[in-house]
Ligand binder design. Structure first.
Ligand code: SME
Length: 152
């Protein structure tokens, strides 16, 4: 079932304006999304490093992943680092350029985070469901990305 994205956005706003350092608040945003949206089964940020050549794992919630660093062009996240456009993958098993971290994952959405016009991070969400993510998720997550951008 879809949650109330407008209520969730209010909750994200509170976390962003709340206590803790930037990392703690980004982690709290991951926790919030993971806990409130039943089909968000891994939620994390990748942080742009080396002028966009590398992504480094930031705060996340879900199973630990082996992908601590991702090169631009590699996997879904690495492609978004180059295109700077969001991507929805309906079925990761049909994807050739994909970095798997958990066999249970079936679909994925990656949304760029821009600060002052620069790509600074990506919000990456995995689901155990095929085709879990729609345009409503994309619209919501773009808004989340805009809210968290000052924390990078
Ligand atoms: N699947 C991603 C890698 C990150 S994990 O999902 C946490 C990709 O292909 O870029």
């Amino acid at each position: 079932m879809k949650p109330s994205f407008s209520e969730l956005l209010d909750a994200v706003r509170k976390v962003v304006a709340g206590k803790g350092d930037e990392w703690e608040r980004l982690k709290a945003v991951c926790d919030l999304l993971y806990e409130r949206v039943e089909y968000y089964n891994w939620v994390g940020f990748y942080i742009v490093e080396e002028g966009g050549k590398v992504l480094a794992l930031g705060p996340y919630r879900g199973k630990p992943t082996g992908h601590m660093k991702i090169e631009a062009g590699s996997g879904v996240c690495g492609r978004v680092a180059q295109s700077k456009e969001p991507v929805i993958i309906d079925d990761v098993r049909k994807e050739k350029n994909y970095l798997a971290c958990d066999d249970d994952v079936r679909s994925e959405i990656v949304v760029p985070v821009f600060k002052a016009g620069e790509l600074v991070a990506e919000l990456d969400i995995d689901s155990k469901r095929v085709s879990a993510f729609g345009q409503d998720d994309l619209q919501f997550l773009r808004q989340v990305a805009a809210l968290v951008a000052p924390l990078f």
